[in-house]
Ligand binder design. Sequence first.
Ligand code: NAP
Length: 321
Amino acid sequence: MADAIRTDFAIIGGGAAGLSAAAYAARAGLDTTVLEAMGPGGQILVIDRIENYPGFGEGITGFELAQKFESQASQFGAKIEYSEVSEIKKDNNLFAITSSTGIYEAKAVLIATGAIHRPLGVPGEKEYAGHGVSYCATCDGPFFRGKKILVVGGGDSAVQEALYLSGLTDKLTIIHRRDRFRAQKKIVDSLLAKPSISVRLSTVLKEIKGDSKHVTSVVLQNTLTGEETEESFDAVFGFVGILPQTALATALGLDLDKSGYIITNQDMATSMPGVYAGGDVRSTPFRQVATACSDGAIAAHKAQEYIEGLEGCSYGEYTKH
Ligand code: NAP
């Protein structure tokens, strides 16, 4: 790889996992490069308020926290490139990473590509995307101040974002397909305590309707009675889960779980030596900013040991002599 840009540790994805790994790896002395296609921060960029990240009990905006992660990683010497990775190939013990800013040659790789929102999968969704259908409350919520908003979903994202949107309108309804929420109890309690939010369980969205420009109504179905009703709404915010971004992992042939997340061991090591995974793209029982950071820290530490092993100077190797 004659013209390749050399780095010890290439991190694909600059969200909480990737930037934490970058800070740990760079601080430990690895030449570390983060390749991030959009902007450092990942999914936390669109979270209005994070209250459960340790040390920030008073809450911090996702944007501010992302900036802190980025500046800490940079401060320790990590290089953060705006770069989209299209391919990773392993040749002997080196990885060739093809990206929009060139080919990088790395000794170890962390895949921290995160996840994107799962579509609602109903008629009208694609047609009205950006015209009343949204997946980002902080980005699009202010356009619907005082309007009728429908939130779909029952997990942490739906409940948390419904709470944020309820600050913009008192005409907010949240529907969930089951008879109870999946989200953490504390935020569900906050949701139920807000009289201005209408909560409808055992209810699904069947269709989104509109005029030539915007969403005007939705068709809802009560799953217990089967009854369908059409109701006027100005906006539909969908938070029905996430889809891991595993195109690179799949092309590399990494093992995935049945839901499509990358399988790792407790070292964040994937099924291919030298490739680590962390954050929302990894198969894990709990997805939080704190757990993504933990994944990143462990991956960086283990990647460093792996690289030292390649160079024949790991502690384990040393004690053999
Ligand atoms: P999630 O936890 O997977 O929840 C998705 C919700 O959408 C579930 O309630 C699910 O219903 C429902 N759903 C799925 N497909 C649906 C469909 N086709 N139609 C209607 N409803 C559907 O996803 P998430 O809320 O986006 O959270 C993703 C991860 O990030 C989770 O691990 C979550 O804990 C974490 N997170 C944490 C925080 C926080 O700690 N503050 C905030 C946001 C996200 P069922 O319940 O029936 O499956």
